[in-house]
Design a protein around this ligand. Structure first.
Ligand SMILES: Nc1ncnc2c1ncn2[C@@H]1O[C@H](COP(=O)(O)OP(=O)(O)OP(=O)(O)O)[C@@H](O)[C@H]1O
Length: 407
């Protein structure tokens, strides 16, 4: 009999649901956000329904942080699974106020680990509490649905494309709330989506699905640059990395960020030292040079080692680059022409200089109190050149819950 591992979300379902074949196995940490990503119809919702116990594939295994919800001998019905489920359609009770929708299904004992007032503040629901669901916008309805799911005191929050039914403006409005949940709650989350631009903003782990099967699972940035997976060879190839704010150059309005193998300067408003800042570095915004540029306008230039060269049609190539001398730092990608590749004589394993023309700043998390440094180091803009690259600062990969958790 399979045993459950504390600290992991362990899923294995195989069989058919209404003649749709499902064969999914993955294990991700029971912390942060794991995104399930794949094209429409690949079975993402089917997996979510199996996790919730709404579908029963007999040959299944589902354990959340050591708690077995399904195995050979166990099948907990949906109402006995501590899961908060937010679907595309908010499914609010039309005859109840927002307040009563929020409290519907919330356990009565007090104090609740996830408190009503905290959820109202987290999702900015105070102005909506006495309204009827029929007087809410689509984005507001989804915020109420998230609040109701949280107040059921789940041990796992599953969000099944919660933004899919919203128009682009409503999506932009609600995304910061979605991003805030993992920062403020010590609650593992599974986020289902088919828009990588959303997932890149807040996911820590990625589960890739195709035609009912899981094709890969692991840390988001690792899968994004994996040469064997389609993300690295897509035209939108990008890497999401969590950097740590180390200072601010007020003269030039530049935020200083630490990343393994690099010290980045990005034009942005100031943030407190120690804040974790999610970055997006698109492959199309990175170029390479064989020698360190002597004079140029690009601030972020670092030694790097070519880890892989991937064809992108006939004219372009995506390079996977490991930053830092000897390639010991974070991996990013560069998209260059095949002409440049041949002209520069590039090849796998070669040491080059990576030039990062643009870095997008996504969500930022506040630091734990002990990481706030009294002295804010500032740097000359010129330091962000090749000379700054030998630093091996910061860690890559996992984000942390930086606020005292509500749970
Ligand atoms: N009740 C049902 N009866 C028959 N087929 C179904 C049923 N529900 C889902 N399917 C089929 O199962 C497959 C997987 O559906 P599922 O909704 O899990 O995909 P998905 O990846 O979540 O898609 P989307 O991103 O569009 O929501 C699809 O081919 C779908 O048509």
């Amino acid at each position: 009999m399979r045993t459950a591992t504390p600290g992991r979300i362990e899923i294995a379902f195989s069989g058919s649901i209404a003649s749709f074949p499902l064969d999914t196995q993955f294990s991700v940490p029971a912390k942060g956000v794991a995104a399930i990503f794949g094209p429409p119809g690949c079975g993402k919702t089917a997996v979510a329904r199996c996790i919730a116990g709404l579908e029963h594939l007999p040959a299944g295994f589902c354990a959340i942080d050591g708690d077995v919800w399904q195995d050979e001998t166990t099948f907990r019905p949906p109402h006995l699974r501590p899961i908060g489920y937010v679907s595309q359609d908010a499914s609010l009770f039309p005859h109840l106020s927002v307040r009563r929708n929020l409290l519907y299904g919330a356990p009565k004992p007090k104090p609740m680990p996830i408190a009503f007032d905290e959820v109202v503040e987290l999702l900015d629901l105070a102005p909506l509490l006495d309204r009827s669901p029929s007087h809410l916008s689509g984005g507001e309805r989804q915020r109420v649905a998230m609040g109701r799911a949280l107040l059921s005191q789940p041990r796992l929050l599953v969000m099944d494309e919660p933004l899919a039914a919203l128009h682009s403006r409503a999506k932009r409005e609600i995304l910061p709330f979605v991003e805030r949940l993992p920062e403020k709650l010590a609650l593992p989350m599974i986020y289902i989506g088919h828009d990588m631009a959303e997932i890149e903003r807040f996911a820590d782990y990625l589960v890739l699905m195709e035609r009912g099967m899981v094709t890969a699972a692991g840390p988001l940035h690792v899968l994004q640059s994996d040469p064997t997976l389609p993300l690295a060879t897509s035209h939108e190839a990008a890497i999401s990395l969590d950097a740590v704010v180390s200072g601010y150059d007020g003269r030039y309005g530049l935020l200083i960020l630490r990343l393994k193998g690099a010290r980045l300067l990005v034009p942005a408003p100031p943030l407190a030292p120690g804040v974790h800042q999610r970055l997006r570095i698109a492959a199309c915004d990175v170029s390479v040079a064989r020698e360190a540029p002597r004079a140029g306008s690009i601030l972020n230039v670092f030694p790097a080692r070519i880890r892989a060269c991937l064809s992108l049609g006939t004219a372009e190539i995506t390079l996977v680059l490991a930053l830092g001398t000897g390639g010991s730092g974070a991996e990013i990608m560069a998209r260059i022409t095949r002409f440049s590749f041949d002209s520069l004589g590039l090849k796998d394993g070669m040491d080059v200089f990576a030039q990062l023309k643009h870095i997008s700043l996504l969500s930022a998390s506040e630091p734990p109190p002990q990481t706030i440094s009294a002295s804010t180091p500032t740097a000359e803009p010129g330091q962000a050149s090749a000379a700054a690259c030998n630093e091996k600062l910061g860690t890559r990969g996992e984000r942390h819950h930086l606020k005292p958790p509500l749970l």
